[in-house]
Design a protein around this ligand. Sequence first.
Ligand code: KIV
Length: 290
Amino acid sequence: MSTTFQLDTATSRANPTPQPMKRLTVPKIRARKTDGQEGEPLVMLTAYTARQAQLLDAHCDMLLVGDSLGQVIYGLPSTIPVTLDMMAAHAAAVVRGSYHAVVVVDLPFGAYEQSKEQAFASASKLLKESNAAAVKLEGGVAMAETVAFLSARGIPVMGHVGLTPQAVNSLGGYAARGRSDAEAAKIIGDAKALDEAGAFAIVLEGVVEPIAIAATAAVACPTIGIGASPRCDGQVLVTEDMLGMFERVPRFVKRYEDLASVISKAAETYAAEVRARSFPGPDQTYQPKD
Ligand code: KIV
């Protein structure tokens, strides 16, 4: 895909900056319901930095500033310690680095569950400080009233059901959901409640395939699968997982690259050259002008 980036030599690293152009919108994403059958599925990847957003933007319909940045960027043990300020700062960077995709930002744990008013205050702070287009929150029936409250007040909401990582302490781990009848009924009930409350899309994470298909058929908005089914209306992955930045990845991740090895090899070569005094060489060294 061609890019409309221009080199901006005013920045210290001559980063490409996007030319102004029309971004996709939430209503356009909402209209991309395919029922998992015909039509082009929605493409979403996580992004946490401006440069990452620049590289992913042209290929994606949506960029998700996921609270997975807690583990991926900050080395935290889970998403629980992630704060609203962390999300706002990374979301602003991703919006600055993108021109095409709808940017969705996660409401972190503790910033929205207490009341719909708390959720509005947190979501409006995120959108004001980052210029992102929408928020995502975890939970189904319990969050439906909040989703309706935000949606009616101009804040588009993406839902997230099935395996909800912010509930890891209640769920007892990150195993796939929907294997028992009770779990399956809960996932479909949660998805329906969010849909009726006005969510513009719903992430189905770690859901056994027949339940992901049933949930997709049960709602009018698009579903975005991660560890769910190719018959969802779209797919999302954590970018660092699909780039092979980590040794261990969940079964549902496909590695499209092995960047961990590329980076490690480059660092090994650099270290050897520094120790051998062969870097910097003449090309990287300034000499006085004659
Ligand atoms: O935080 C995140 O990256 C997410 C995706 C895994 C959907 O919520």
